[in-house]
Design a protein around this ligand. Structure first.
Ligand SMILES: Nc1ncnc2c1ncn2[C@@H]1O[C@H](COP(=O)(O)OP(=O)(O)O)[C@@H](O)[C@H]1O
Ligand SMILES: [Mg+2]
Length: 296
């Protein structure tokens, strides 16, 4: 199972839209896709037509009540399975504060379903707190969606720093695998400037030992397309709402990119072993504090 967290601590950059529509495209291609909504705003859950208030088991119960992952995924479409979010998730971070190993609860839960699905994709909340840490501990890849405006790269340093810390301390397999430009407008020079800046930045990291030294800019940019913004209010994916629009074409290409690209673990470039601690030696309070400071 290929495991991907869609992460950017900024809201409104296209995370949820990317999760829903990439998953829908993968499902059309015959892949079995598990989705986890870790955002207490439950946008992913709502976008897939599920009312968070009626959700009986979801991410909150898995994180705080030992509910097994297999009981928390519901089939929401052919080939798409959702571990939904409800408003209770807001309280999960504080409820777990004294729980030993709280950063790896999700990882342990999904370990039990890894043979069931081809892809697991996690929609992260717009913060780098405990919920995002749980997602980074549980996956091998991070996809960073970016909206190409002039502050696009602001905050990226902190995000990458967090990825590095998690890589070192709890998940040595974690890599930033890709960056996706969302709401792209080819007519503006700003969009292509941001694209060039990112390409340059990623190329400049190739020889370093950081967690993003093999990250790629996904060759498809998701164009700004109003249909993508309309589909959520109908509880539909873009392939249900307007299957021929640019948004559907772009997300189908993103899905094809993932099907055709190899996961970082299988990538041929040899990277040096990064010093890491074992699963048991999870983050201490000080380290969590440090991580939170790094990202504030
Ligand atoms: N390519 C796009 N074109 C137009 N609107 C988009 C596009 N991608 C996302 N949106 C809209 O932008 C808003 C923010 O996107 P969303 O995926 O919810 O971001 P995030 O999950 O990062 O907060 C939503 O209203 C969404 O429908
Ligand atoms: Mg979202």
């Amino acid at each position: 199972m290929r495991t991907i967290a869609i992460l950017n601590q900024k809201g409104g950059v296209g995370k949820t839209t990317t999760v829903v529509n990439t998953a829908a495209a993968l499902a059309i291609k015959g892949k079995r896709v598990a989705l986890v909504d870790l955002d207490p705003q439950a946008h992913l859950t709502i976008h897939l037509g599920i009312n968070p208030e009626e959700l009986e088991v979801g991410a909150y119960q898995v994180l705080t009540q030992n509910v097994e992952a297999k009981d928390a995924f519901i089939e929401v479409r052919e080939n798409i399975f959702l571990m939904g979010a409800s408003i209770d998730l807001v309280g999960a971070e504080s409820e777990l504060v004294n729980v030993v190993g709280r950063e790896i609860i999700l990882r342990e839960a999904i370990e039990t379903v890894k043979d069931e699905y081809d892809f697991l994709i996690i929609d992260c909340p717009p913060s780098l707190g405990l919920l995002s840490l749980n997602s980074l501990a549980a996956v091998k890849e991070i996809l960073i969606p970016l909206q190409p405006h002039f502050l696009a790269l602001q905050g990226l340093g902190k995000l990458l720093e967090t990825a590095t810390l998690v890589n070192k301390r709890i998940n040595p397999e974690l890599r930033v695998s890709s960056v996706l430009l969302c709401m792209y407008d080819a007519r503006t020079s700003l969009s292509s400037e941001v694209k060039n800046d990112i390409e340059e930045f990623l190329l400049g990291s190739r020889d370093s030992q950081c967690a993003w030294n093999r990250a790629e800019l996904i060759p498809t940019q998701v164009r700004r397309n109003v249909k993508l913004a309309e589909a959520p209010s109908y509880g539909q994916t873009i392939f249900e709402y307007e299957p021929k629009c640019n948004g559907a074409v772009d997300y189908m290409q993103v899905a094809e990119y993932f099907i055709n690209s190899i996961s970082p673990k299988e990538a041929p470039i040899k990277i040096q072993e990064i010093e890491h601690k074992s699963d048991e030696e999870v983050l201490s309070d000080n380290q969590t504090q440090e991580m939170n400071e790094a990202i504030d």
